[in-house]
Design a protein. Structure first.
Lengths: 166, 179
């Protein structure tokens, strides 16, 4: 368990699609712990994907507990090999990313999603999420395919400079 | 009424917009589309104004000379032809995201590909971010594809150009229909 360095733009590793995790073994659990530790080290961080800490595997952690834009809340969640089963009702919203600390951007994302993955107990986990949690799930799923919010912004003027990552 | 395209650029300070638009108000000009922003401390104004009959570029330039001198602005005025029809086709509007380690030639490299493909840039914004010792260049372009263009094929060519330039280029539809 450790807080790992977070890769930032323009590290090409962030553009690589990640590989399947497969069996939830000790290494996968160690990755889950590192994702959570690294996410917890940044108070405003609601999600972190394995490629952001230099691991090319399909895994992410999210936790939108207490976020003012959240409605559904699955709490602390680590998913391995997640897939998007359904997505509906796109809405524009502002996103940031630990890997792009200087910018935020407006991205249209589905606000009702169903995601299936494998939990830390090795069992199937199906998450139905809306609002901000749905956005966080889609943002992290994108990381696993090598996509960043900059690849999704609504227009040429939908990117904003931010002074501090809060 | 005649349209004029006007630009004004100078070191940023309060009062530039008030002074420049005051000159237009004096002639009864109507301000139409405009875009104004600060680029590294330089305030840049671009606008199209609609001038009443009898007001020409010379009159506007003469009236703008006062604020230009007072605020150390470089001002240009030129007649703007009415926009030609076209530009709206079934390929819609697309956004190209470009980012990578900053180096000279990124904008030209991408723009040269777009020009060769007949892709029209309708909006563009760039930002340099990241630590000073390793700056990252980000550019977002709003583009329209020529009629009949295949977005997938265009996307592949963007990929090739991106690899040559050592940056990432990604194409996706602009979100014009999201309320």
């Amino acid at each position: 368990m450790a807080v790992r360095p977070v890769l930032a733009l323009p590290d090409p590793f962030l553009q690589q699609p990640a590989a399947k995790v497969g069996r939830v073994d000790a290494a996968a659990l160690a990755l889950a712990a590192d994702l959570l530790d690294t996410m917890r080290a940044r108070p405003a961080c609601v999600g972190l994907a394995a490629p952001q800490i230099g691991v090319g595997l399909r895994a992410f952690a999210i936790d939108v507990t207490g976020h003012r834009k959240a409605r559904s809340c699955a709490g602390e969640l680590v998913l391995f090999d997640p897939e998007l089963l359904s997505a509906a009702a796109p809405v524009l919203g502002r996103e940031g990313c630990l890997s792009i600390p200087d910018l935020t951007g407006d991205v249209a994302r589905a606000t009702q999603v169903t995601v299936r993955g494998v939990g830390v107990d090795g069992g199937e986990r199906i998450v139905e999420a809306d609002a901000f949690e749905a956005r966080a799930l889609l943002h992290e799923l994108d990381h696993l395919d090598g996509f960043l919010f900059l690849d999704r912004v609504a227009s040429a003027h939908s990117v904003y400079r931010r002074k501090v990552y809060r | 009424m005649t349209h004029f395209a006007v630009t004004a650029v100078g070191a940023d300070r309060p009062g530039i917009v008030a002074a420049v638009t005051g000159a237009f108000a004096e002639h009864g000009c109507n301000l139409e589309d405009s875009s104004m922003t600060i680029l590294r401390g330089q305030f840049a104004m671009m606008l199209v104004v609609d001038a009443p009959a009898g007001v020409g570029a010379a009159e506007l330039e003469h009236t703008l000379a006062g604020p230009a001198a007072a605020l150390d602005l470089v001002v240009t005025v030129r007649p703007a032809a009415e926009p030609t029809e076209g530009g709206t086709d079934d390929t819609g509007s697309w956004t190209v995201s470009v980012y990578g380690a900053d180096h000279p030639g990124i904008v030209h490299g991408v723009a040269a590909l777009l020009a060769a493909e007949g892709v029209n840039i309708v909006d563009l914004s760039t930002r340099v971010v990241g630590p000073p010792e390793s700056p990252v260049y980000t550019m977002l372009l709003e583009v329209t594809l020529p009629p009949g263009a295949d977005p997938h094929e265009f996307s592949r060519r963007l990929d090739t150009t991106a690899t040559e330039l050592g940056v990432t280029c990604r194409l996706h539809p602009s979100e014009a229909d999201i309320l």
